[in-house]
Every structure is written in structure tokens, then in C-alpha cells.
Ligand binder design. Sequence first.
Ligand code: ARG
Length: 573
Amino acid sequence: MIDFKEKIAGIIAKTIPDADPEMVRDIVEVPQDQKMGDYAFPCFRLAKIFRKAPQMIAADIAEGIKGDPLFEKVEQVNAYVNMFLSKEQIIRPTLTAALKGDRFGTDTSGEGRTIVIDFSSPNIAKPFHIGHIRSTVIGNSIYKIYSALGYNVVRTNHLGDYGTQFGKMICAYRHWGNDDDVNRDPIRTLLSYYTRFHEEAEKDPSLDEEARKTFYDLEHGGEDELRLWQWFTDVSLKEFNRVYDLLDIDFDAYDGESMYSDMMQQHIDALRDKGLLIESQGANVVMLDQFDLPPALITKSDGTTLYCTRDIATAVYRKEHYDFYKNIYVVASQQNLYFKQLWKVLELMGFEWAEDCVHVPFGMVSLEEGTMSTRKGRVVFLEDVLLQAIEKTKIIIAEKNPDADQDMIDSVARDVGVGAVVFNELSNNRIKDYVFKWDQVLNFDGETGPYVQYTHARCSSVLRKAGEETVRAAESVDDLDLKYLTSDSAYTLIKLINAYPQVIHDAADRYEPSIVTRHIIDVAQAYNKFYHDEHILTDNEDEKNAKIALTIAARNTVRNGLALLGVKAPERM
Ligand code: ARG
């Protein structure tokens, strides 16, 4: 792909030899309004440096670059140089790149670097609820985005399979448990025990003591505790995997918190040797007040460890095991403070790579009734949301395609129903809190996943109608007559396609899949406008070939963009 900014900066730099080329590149911008050109160069910064009126500098630059074949038109407007690229210069390279199929938008900039990404990470014996969808789909998309840029990305699921809550769960099971119920509907049943535990413990605080002792036994190899813990883990994982299958999400490792329980002691010792571990009310903490942070709790008074202790061992393990370039945690913004403490403790322990650890936070999901609460049993299960979306889609597809066979309906309904939920999740800036509303998730109009998927199916249908021979002719980009793609609607679409590879980089830099989502909505809208404004399958062969080339380019962009979000692109809908 041609880097136009770089090219333009080079041309401008020749007219102002005294200016720093780096800075010139920095100043080149894309104006909001297309009337101001494809690129613009504001001269305020140069005016300060050269002590000259910005309008005069702009006029000189405009004069100096006018003859370059890259431009169709160059204008000086006040302090700005507005540049209109010659359309040919954009169209041909854009089509050449976009016709590379799956490879369009990918590059090798991350080759040789490993990124570890910790995402989803639900808690055993707790519901996999709509709150978890955020970490799961944001993490999966970040994995796909970095993979597209050539990084080696390791997906790890840091299952919450350890900690005092297991003491509570085991106690609750011992008091009120029933094996048949657990086997039949594990998580709802275990959740009901857990909820009951909290209710009863309010009346009878000795239960809390019993739970603490039970977790202590679990951590110290108690046979029956281990057996129950293993059982709860197995049945929970079975449920989680059903959701991962629906979403088509895989992990390279399911290294839950328990895996690190054997590795913790050496780090606790290291903290003590470094004089960082302070005794406070029987517990051991690392004081962080000089960094304006609350103390990090490392061991409790009874010697049992905490979430943080296991995370220290986890980070060290990941460095030793994967030698990561970046170690990313996709976890709710409620843990912002926690991660600051964790990085600080790692830094104090002398690990320079602490600065390569990144917390990617996201906002909270609440229900219309209020915040979700596992303890109170107020949750919406992710699996229910996905299954309902699929059911609703089946009805819509059957209505639209009265003669479609059931297999087609089932498979498309799955892609579109699940896609709608995932796409909706990735539409907004991840940090925003939002209220979960059934009708919004199941809304297929407007800027939604089904709309973008539908655009993809529309492109596919145009290509089927055009026939293989025309598609093949369209693929020889060098032979195309590009004048047929210079209308406003065609050119707007081409510029959006041209911007797609950079969009992936921006999304990676900011760990923000919604940048991809927004962009492919724009591409889909631009294609639909082009489709309505113009006659694509005309009798004029040259015109048809050019427009089919643009249709392939649009389809590839939409399809590849959806793939980065973890959303499928069916050929027909
Ligand atoms: N299980 C945790 C939760 O549900 C998230 C774990 C995130 N990863 C980590 N290494 N701390 O809140």
C-alpha cells in the first residue's frame, strides 16, 4: 500500500529544505471536509519557526508542488495548502492491494514479536454472564488484529479457579448440595448454593470461618476439597466451552489461577528478601503509599494467598515462558487500581518488563434493573443471549427467504445471530459503560452487524451475477479503465478502502476494535450508496469490469474487517 502522507511530505519537504522532514510529515493531515482536498498542510508551525506569515509560506509551497503528477489540483487557502490527489494515483494501487483477498490489510510489522493476551478469564462455578462477553470478544478481536500485523499472539484464559470463594462453594455444597442438581445444571445450581451461602452467613458468621478453613485445606492439599474443586472446574468448563464454541473462540492455554499456586512461594520470599513485605495486622502487604496507591495484599493472616499473589507469579511465568514483547490483560475498568498496584509491585521487584504489561480496561454492563450481581443471582447468561439472537434470526431469514432449506437457515442464523451480538459489543468505545437491553441487541436495523453482513452478501451476489469470467477480467487491475470509478460515490468508497490498512494499525495501537467496526460500517454504507447510484452490471464491458473490481475490493474489506472482529461473513442471507 502506498503511504500517501509520506509521499506528500517528501514532495513538500523539497520546497522547504530548511524544515525538519519528520516535522513536515507530522503536519500533513486529512481534512474533515473533502472540499478541502484529500490532504492538507497547515503552515502555522512553520510560520513560528521561520517568522513569516503562514499564508505566505502556504502560497510558496502551493506554487512549488503544483506541477507534481501526484496532484490533480493544489490550492492555497489562507494558511493551508489543500491538495487533491489525482484520482488515478489512488484508485489503481488501492484496487491492487484490496484484490489480494484475505491478505488485504495484513502486514508483517510485528514479525518476531510475541504478545500474550489474557482475556475472557471467567470464574469457575460462576455464571458466564453478559459482563464476560466484553472481555471475551474485545480480547479475541485484539488477538486477531495483532495477528494480522504479523505478531505471534498467545491467547491465555486466566480462569478464576482459585481463592476463598472456593472455600464458600465447597462449604455450601456440603451443607445443601445435591449431586444430581449439580450435574444437570451445574452453574445455576452452584450459583444458588453460593447465593444461599451469603444469605446464611449473614445470620451465622461462623460459616465464613468455616469457608476460610476450607480454602486453607484446599490450598494445602485436602483430598476431598481437591476432588470437589476439580469437579466444579470440570462442569464449569463444559459450560464455558459451549459459549466459546458458539462464538468460535479458541485459546492457546487455559492456565487458571490454580496453576500458579505452586509458583508463589519463591516470589513471596523474594519480596521478603528485598524488604518489601511488611506485616500489617497479621497479613503481609507491600506498602505503596509513596506512589499514592493502597497497599498490595500478598498473604492473609492465615497464610492463604490472594488474587494479586497469583498474578505476580503469572506475570513472571509469562515472561519466562513466552518472552513477551507485550503482556496484555483485557479486564474490566473496576480493576484499574488493582493493575496499577500489580505493575508497581513487579517494578519494585526489579522486573524491567513491568512496563510491557498493559491493562486494557472496558466499561461496565448493567441491567435495566440495576447492576448485575452474582451474589444476588441477578445476571443475564451470555449463552441465553446468543441462543435468543440465533432464534430471532431464524424467524427473520425464514420470512425473507420462503424457499430456503432448513440447513441454510440454521447456519446463516448462527452466523448472523451471534455476529449481531458480537458486533454490537464492539461498536462503541470499549471504555464506555452501557446498559444491556434485549431489544437493542436483537435490533438488526441501522449500523449493526447484520447490516454489514448483508452488504457483504450483496457484494457476493453481484459477483455471482457478474459471472466468473468478468470477475477474472476485473482482477487484472492494470488493464482496467479507471475513469469509470471517478464518480463521487465510487471515489468515496475507494478512499475508505484505501484507509483500511491504517485503520488496523490505529486499532492495534489503541487496543480498540471499535475503530475497525466504525470503519467497516462506513465502507458498507459507501458501497450501498455506490450500488444505488450506479448501474454496475452494464453492457459496457470496460465499465462493468471496473465496477466489479471495486465490488470485489469492497467485499474483501468488509469480510476481512468482520474477521478481525470475530464475526462471520456469510455469502448469502
Ligand atoms: N477472573 C477475573 C475476573 O473475573 C479476571 C482475571 C483477569 N486476569 C488476570 N490475570 N488478573 O474478574
